[in-house]
Design a protein around this ligand. Structure first.
Ligand code: PLP
Length: 454
């Protein structure tokens, strides 16, 4: 009989055999990893029995909370009936069909088709190829370049890491690949200088126009951005930003790609981030909230503009994943979307818990070490500042956020830090009491920062 490994055994096995994503392995192996064993609602428990409030919904994904038996049941039923079949060569399965229909029902009248992937990164590679195929089919094969943003995140595949604007990722492996160009981000607090947020939003958007001029309109296929830049630090753009970006893409005949991997499926209090900001993208990668992370599944929403060409002109798109539209993942996703609909979770974020969260989150702006606390729906970014009045940042921004995050962790709250910004992205089912707890624990961690670093 196999004995259950002890915690220290598991940590030793981990150190010997497992390379973690985005983790300093040398440090991790010396310290030992944190092993999460179970979860329920908005809480997780590690292998020492310590309980945490998950202020981050896993990795911005467990939107309906942990422990949803009906999702497990849906997956179990589907696994017994048909554990796998593919969508290649003129075939597919009922869950994949019904999921595509369900997603389209929330995506707006111009967005009616979905291409399935297993992750957000694969979704990025998919639209990247599709954009080039689209222009080629229209007789413009030279329209291949893609413009993205510094500090954006679009995944870890070669195209994903190239399109993302993360310096550390580019340095590993000679990225970005050819054909990808970056412009600035709408990060007013750090980069807005003396401009008002509105003026800066316009200026940041117009960098796109300047870049198109530099590269040549007839060479540019698409522009991609997250409605709210997530991993880059929950950078919430000024209100002037998206209308101007949308205007430029239309005027210059460039495909607009909205990366909905974080914002999609309700986080901003609308089904998709582009609906919150009032623009209509041509392509939109999705993942995470599609299944609330219960099983891996992603995809690309394809607008009628692009789909008509892909279906009628291209016909066969030589692209696909063995598990595109996996029936078990699709069944889990369908049940996840049923929960979001039936429990009115998007409306709850818009009208009830979102405004409550905003009140608590924004109250942190009164703290002496907080320069700005901003949020939309249930996503929040909090800027730590050495001097509020002048928007002066700490000398070593990279150390500051992790100090606050570690204090939160010690006190039972999972938060994420990007340099000197604190990020929150709780489950849609978070209660008012849990919001108060989050704000209270974070506030104490901010006191700790104020006492430790001057
Ligand atoms: N796009 C955005 C905006 C993301 O935040 C992420 C992941 O965090 C991705 C794409 C990549 O998704 P995945 O990790 O599922 O490949």
């Amino acid at each position: 009989m196999n004995e259950k490994p002890t915690i220290s055994n598991l940590a030793a096995i981990d150190a010997a055999h497992h390379i973690h994503p985005f983790s300093d392995m040398k440090e991790l192996n010396a310290k030992g990893t944190r092993i999460i064993e179970r979860a329920e609602g908005r809480h997780i428990w590690d292998s020492t029995g310590k309980k945490y409030l998950d202020g981050f919904a896993g990795l911005w994904c467990v939107n309906v909370g942990y422990g949803r038996k009906s999702i497990a049941d849906a997956a179990y039923r589907q696994m017994q009936e048909l554990p796998y079949y593919n969508s290649f060569f003129g075939t597919t399965t009922p869950p994949a069909i019904l999921l595509a229909q369900k997603i389209a029902s929330h995506a707006g009248p111009h967005m009616n088709r979905v291409f399935f992937t297993n992750s957000g990164s694969e979704a990025t590679d998919t639209w990247f190829r599709m954009a080039r195929v689209y222009w080629k089919a229209l007789g413009m094969p030279e329209k291949t370049l893609v413009i993205a943003r510094r500090n954006g995140y679009h995944g870890s595949t070669v195209a994903g890491a190239s399109l993302g604007g993360m310096k550390l990722m580019h340095e590993q492996g000679n990225l970005p690949i050819d054909g990808i160009h970056h412009i600035g981000q709408p990060y007013w607090y750090a980069e807005g200088g003396d401009l008002s947020p509105e003026e800066f939003g316009l200026q940041a958007a117009r960098e796109l126009e300047a870049k198109i001029d530099e590269l040549g309109e007839d060479k540019v296929a698409a522009f991609v951005a997250e409605p709210i830049q997530g991993a880059g630090g929950v950078i919430i753009p000024p209100d002037t930003y998206w209308p101007e970006i949308s205007r430029i893409c239309k005027a210059r005949n460039i495909l607009l790609v909205s990366d909905e991997v974080i914002c999609g499926f309700g986080r901003l209090g609308s089904w998709f981030g582009y609906q919150h900001y009032g623009f209509e993208p041509d392509l939109a990668p999705i993942a995470k909230g599609l299944s609330s992370g219960y099983l891996p599944i992603g995809g690309v929403l394809v607008s009628d503009r692009v789909a008509d060409v892909m279906v009628n002109e291209v016909g066969d798109f030589f692209h696909g994943y063995t598990y595109s539209g996996h029936p078990v993942a699709a069944a889990a996703a369908l049940e996840n979307l049923r929960i979001i609909e039936d429990e009115g979770l998007v409306e709850r974020i818009r009208d009830d818990i979102g405004p409550y969260f905003a009140k608590g989150w924004k109250s942190l702006e009164a703290h002496p070490v907080v320069g700005q606390a901003d949020c939309v729906g249930l996503i929040g970014g909090l800027q730590l500042a050495a001097d509020k009045a002048t928007r002066r940042r700490y000398a070593k921004p990279d150390d500051i956020g992790s100090l606050v995050r570690n204090h939160c962790l010690e006190n039972g709250l999972i938060m994420r830090a990007t340099a000197d910004r604190m990020l929150a992205s709780p489950a849609f089912t978070i209660t008012r009491g849990e919001v108060d707890e989050m704000v209270g624990t974070l506030s104490k961690a901010l006191d700790h920062l104020a006492e430790t670093v001057t």
